[in-house]
Design a protein around this ligand. Structure first.
Ligand code: KIV
Ligand code: ZN
Length: 513
């Protein structure tokens, strides 16, 4: 029997720290339900003390998820710990993950605390967390650049205080696999009480080695890996869940562990996270990229046709690349619609919202014969901004684009309930549309990203557009989907502008004590 490798997914916490990837409570719940369906062991649902919205999201997930452990991050201050404890209270199994930085540079420059004070704070935090749950995890932030003797000291102390999982993060993605594996092995050998806890690793991808470092840690004895869908996360991201899971499974000859992940849920989870956060998946991304299983060269195609394993080490269907599932069509009724939403983990809270979504579904079904799961996710993502924060709505749009002529957009927006008309020309139809919106909005934002993806295959597919805007240090993503990509672009731009008006009073977990 192989050891169990705990898959700790932090898409909803570390992943959400990516610029513009903030999710609403409802979006987080949809992702959490999909992670549960995928049989993730631990879902880090957020950082409850960051803001009232984060608290509500963690609590909502704790109330909903029954099969996975639900975890909240907390700094070592008792206010943070108690907030996390309160948020995870309704969970079937709840965990508090408390952390403090241990590298000389972080202790001296960021925390302005002595090593003794850091150990004292860590021990006190673990003891406080134990008053809320018996499942307490401790992380030494920036462990990759921390002194090994100091790590042994602080880990020994928190194990004695009752921590069950000890997480060793490479916070800045500085380590290389041999070094990281050796570090984990040394800690397991030297820390008193090491055999009583689960050793965990949490690697960032700044040098592109997050997955390799995590796997080196597993070979050295780590039995929990912290990772995210599509490798989402701060800066260059975290270790990607799909790569860890499939590496361990495909190379079971090499790794002494197994996970309980249902791999057929990987691609749906990847698509959902990409759709909600607006972070596209690169086509050549391992496992979940559109080309991950495509064989272009004639020699490869010939080989695969003759014998699949000539060039394929995994089967596309094993990770969820089934043909798009046709779910609904023009004649589907409200009940079938509602049932499929529920099966996908989409819960619309009021009858009014179901009716509105159903009306949009009918409109879409008029334009597009076959409606797939991805279309339904896009359909409900469209109204992710609560009506009270929806400053702009598109009422009318006409775009003229002709060879040899300058494209022109004419539109009507409803701004704070008042109709505003505008027109503009641009270098292309999308440029003209955005310029026309700006003549009304005058948002003074900077456009950081514009991307279009086909949600499903075929020329009648909906185009899904992501627009990333920045203003005064704040970054937001807006999404829009439509069978007409100019309309999808306008929706995405307005969605981003509306998100800029959502209150944001959250603090960053890694910003201080
Ligand atoms: O990267 C990091 O150090 C973290 C900790 C909070 C675990 O995200
Ligand atoms: Zn991290």
């Amino acid at each position: 029997m192989k050891d169990h490798l705990v898959i700790f997914d932090t898409t909803l916490r570390d992943g959400e720290q990516s610029p513009g990837a903030a999710m609403s409570k409802e979006e987080k719940l949809r992702v959490a339900r999909q992670l549960e369906r995928m049989k993730v062991d631990v879902i880090e649902a957020g950082f409850a003390a960051a803001s009232p919205g984060d608290f509500e999201a963690v609590r909502g997930i704790a109330e909903t998820i029954r099969e996975s452990t639900v975890c909240s991050l907390a700094r070592t201050g008792f206010d943070d710990i108690d907030r996390a404890g309160e948020a995870i209270k309704p969970a079937a199994r709840g965990r508090i993950h408390t952390f403090i930085a241990t590298s000389p540079i972080h202790m001296e420059k960021k925390l302005r605390m002595s090593p003794d004070q850091v150990v004292e704070a860590a021990v006190a935090a673990v003891k406080r967390a134990l008053t809320h749950t018996e499942d307490v995890e401790f992380s030494a932030e920036d462990a990759g650049r921390s002194d090994i003797d100091f790590l042994c000291r602080i880990f020994g102390a928190v194990i004695q205080a009752g921590a069950r999982t000890i997480n060793v993060p490479d916070t800045v993605g500085y380590s290389v696999p041999e070094q990281w594996g050796a570090r984990i092995r040394t800690l397991i050998e030297r820390v008193p009480g090491a055999d009583k806890v689960i050793w965990s690793t949490h690697c960032h991808n700044d040098l592109g080695m997050a997955v390799a470092n995590s796997l080196a840690a597993v070979v050295a004895g780590a039995r929990q890996v912290e990772c995210t869908m599509n490798g989402l996360g701060e800066r260059a991201g975290n270790a990607s869940l799909e790569e860890i899971v499939m590496a361990v499974r495909t190379r079971s000859d090499h790794f002494p562990v197994q996970t309980r992940i249902d791999a057929t849920q990987i691609v749906p989870a990847s698509k959902l996270v990409s759709q909600i956060t607006g972070y596209p998946v690169q086509p050549n991304k391992a496992i979940v990229g559109a080309n991950a299983f495509a064989h272009e060269s004639g020699i490869h195609q010939d080989g695969v046709l003759k014998h699949r394993e000539t060039y394929e080490i995994m089967r596309a269907e094993d990770v969820g690349w089934a043909r798009n599932k046709l779910v609904l069509g023009k004649l589907s009724g409200r009940n079938a619609f509602k049932t499929r939403l529920a099966e996908l983990g989409i819960v619309l809270e009021s009858e009014e919202r179901i009716n509105q979504a159903f009306a949009r579904f009918k409109e879409l079904a008029d334009k597009k014969q076959e409606i797939f799961d991805e279309d339904l996710h896009a359909l409900v993502s469209d109204d992710a901004v609560p009506p009270e924060h929806e400053r702009y709505k598109l009422a009318y749009l006409r775009v003229c684009s002709e060879i040899g002529e300058t494209p022109k957009a004419t539109l009507t927006l409803i701004q704070d309930g008042i109709e505003q008309k505008a027109e503009a020309t641009g270098s292309g139809p999308v440029d003209a549309t955005f310029k026309a919106i700006e003549t009304v909005a005058q948002s003074q934002t900077e456009l950081l990203l514009y991307s279009v993806n086909a949600i499903t295959t075929g020329t009648d597919a909906q185009g899904e557009v992501t627009v990333r805007l920045a203003r005064g240090g704040r970054v937001v993503n807006g999404n829009g989907a439509d069978t007409d990509i100019i309309i999808a672009s306008a929706k995405a731009y307005l969605n981003a502008l509306n998100r800029l008006h959502l209150p944001e009073e959250r603090i960053n977990p890694q910003g201080g004590v």
